[in-house]
Design a protein around this ligand. Structure first.
Ligand code: PEP
Ligand code: MN
Length: 335
């Protein structure tokens, strides 16, 4: 339910309305504007009588929100949310490229890649330490050691970190990680989402392999309902009948999300494509469609990568593509 009240309402008038609403065990999220204040009611609002709300003279309008997602809903929060990742803003006109290897493999590997992408003006470094692999025999990541190597790379380069958490038990290990990734396979791991709702750190929530946009937003709602408002969505391709690409990048998800939600959305062209030569066109398509950022896999030696070599760009390839990305991001601001 959304209630619009005049911004000139007196404190005692607001208190009367708030007391009435809160007596129904419902939370109020207010957004104060110049002329109006929007009160978003979160919780079970079924028992709240709209006619009773209208009896308060300060109420200008009241309507029920049909969508099951509330806190992530743009109707609750008109302006774009901007998430700060270690000093780099994402959303609301702020665009960032996140780059780095699929997995952290060694000290030298992560450092060479971090320095390489930083030389191309990239602020944020990605690197997986806990890897969700389809095969139990495949490289599972360096786990805690991987996170330590990321911390070293951060200390040396100053780059904030993105890394994937697979279990709620591991969250304390992510103290030095600036943006915690929830991978596609964990998008509906509700216990994990609830735990991530209890911390304040930004969360990068990837879309599940075969999940609808509404399911994805409901997962973001889990994190926000716990109190963590720093959520960034990541479209990484979905499973379709098509086999020519690893996944199918759902470009339309970008404008659809922008309409439904105020949360920033970044695109992962690497996992969408599965092949390095597709990373450039998909990156540019994502920018043209309004994405707030990109997360791209880069490796110092893709042929020898322990995970996702085929979709990883070399450092020189990344440099060329990132120049085009920067140009298109700048151009989009002019139209
Ligand atoms: C990854 O980012 O390396 C990864 C495993 O991504 P996804 O969860 O999108 O497959
Ligand atoms: Mn990967």
């Amino acid at each position: 339910m959304i209630i619009v009240v005049s911004s000139k309402s007196k404190d005692e008038e607001l208190k009367g309305l708030f007391d009435y609403i809160e007596s129904h065990n419902v939370q109020i999220k207010s957004t104060i504007g110049k002329t109006h204040t929007i009160l978003g009611l979160v919780g079970d609002t079924v028992k709240i009588d709209m006619d009773a709300i209208n009896t308060f003279p300060i109420v200008e309008s009241v309507k029920r929100v049909q969508e099951p997602y509330k806190l992530v809903n743009r109707k609750f929060h008109e302006l774009d949310t901007i998430v700060d990742v270690g000093g780099y803003k994402i959303g609301g006109g702020h665009f960032q490229v996140i780059a780095g290897p699929c997995s952290v493999e060694s000290h030298d590997q992560i450092l060479e890649i971090a320095r390489g992408v930083k030389a191309s003006n990239v602020g944020i470094l990605r690197g997986g330490a806990f890897k969700p692999r389809s095969s139990p025999y495949a490289f599972q990541g360096l786990e805690g050691t991987g996170l330590e190597l990321l911390s070293e790379a951060k200390a040396i380069t100053g780059m904030p970190l993105v890394s994937e958490v697979m279990s709620a038990d591991d969250i304390p290990l992510f103290a030095d990680v600036d943006l915690i990734q929830v991978g596609a396979r964990n998008m509906q791991n509700f216990r994990l989402l609830k735990e991530l709702g209890k911390i304040k750190k930004p969360i990068l929530l990837k879309r599940g392999l075969a999940n609808t946009i509404e399911e994805w937003l409901m997962s973001a709602e889990y994190i926000m309902a716990g109190g963590n408002e720093n959520v960034i969505l990541c479209e990484r391709g979905i499973r379709t009948f098509e086999t020519a690409t690893r996944n199918t990048l759902d470009v339309s998800a970008i404008p659809v999300i922008k309409k439904m939600s105020h949360l920033p959305i970044v695109v992962d062209p690497s996992h969408s494509a599965g092949m390095s030569h597709l990373v450039e066109p998909l990156s540019l398509a994502a920018i043209a469609a309004g994405a707030d950022g990109l997360i791209i896999e880069v490796h110092n030696n893709p042929q020898k990568a322990l995970c996702d070599g085929a979709q990883s760009l070399t450092i020189p390839q990344f440099k060329v593509i990132n120049e085009k990305i920067e140009k298109l991001v700048a151009f989009m601001k002019t139209i």
